[in-house]
Design a protein around this ligand. Sequence first.
Ligand code: SAH
Length: 349
Amino acid sequence: MTNIELIDALSERGALELNEWTQLLSEPAEQEREYAADRARAIAQREFGRNIYIRGIIEFTSYCRNDCLYCGLRRSNARAQRYRLDAEEIMECCAEGYEAGFRTFVLQGGEDAYFDDDRMCALVHSIRVTYPDCAITLSLGERSAESYRRLRDAGADRYLLRHESASPEHYARLHPPAQRLDSRMRCLEELKRLGYQTGCGCMVGSPYQTAAELAQDMAFMSAFKPEMIGIGPFIPHKDTPFGVYPAGSVELTLFMLSLCRIMLPRVLLPATTALGTLDGSGRKRGVLAGANVIMPNLSPRAVRRKYLLYDNKSITGDDAAESIELLRGHMADIGYNLVLGRGDYSPSR
Ligand code: SAH
């Protein structure tokens, strides 16, 4: 089959064979990428109209016990500036966000032992009772099944845990031996079982990644059927072992977004900050390729430049929650509206 036929087949079957994914993801031509983007955009508009959901992301701790080779927050990075927000500061972020119109708060951080289950549940509970009309999304990495259950009981609705790479060999080249793909996958299964709207995803263009690895990511996602998918380009961070590797391709990232939209028409799919960091119009291009979510930064301005997963992370302009009007304008430029509201996953219209 030609790549165009494969894109049509994906749309009909909702899945492809592994060798078909590999073919499709091996240096797709511009015309094929455009074809996928057109289809993906039409599907997104059919499912969601020209509406973009917004989520306010609060980066509440830059401490991390893990040592992911790509990430600026890795524990071996002695130059990283560490901070953690206290409960009061986090509640202030929510208050500011609520005022600005956000109805989903995303708490993201490194794996910081300080935020044990008692502290984390207390925090989730305060947000839950203060903002009963808001969704709470967590992105705290790997925790025990018991921890995920307690957080869910405390009021968390969604959980983002990118699988990072569905290939065990590739995963092992991105992480130290103590971090294992099977444990990450168990976490994802557990989150789903507990009724979280669950997000997985990966970077595009991480070191050693080829079309065969991306094919495995797509095959995994088509089987797992996440409610959310986070995909952005890899961007080097100078104080990590991967600091000398080139950034991932914006075009291939956009193509992956389009394929995700075609495969899972209802999936909540952000145009990520990393995409916006590599390309000034990355978020617009992401939306035009099928994305339907944008996650502006709600963290206090004083800490934003300390939460550096990669170099040159965009912290101003339409990445900042306080400039939501700017973002609204950028979306209006391409004919889209920002919608206020929780923007939950629903399996059908
Ligand atoms: N500790 C949490 C949150 C991780 S940060 C967790 O383990 O899930 C969120 C995401 O940023 C990661 O899942 C990773 O895919 C992405 N990320 C980290 N370093 C990056 C880099 N150098 N370039 C692009 N994305 C990166």
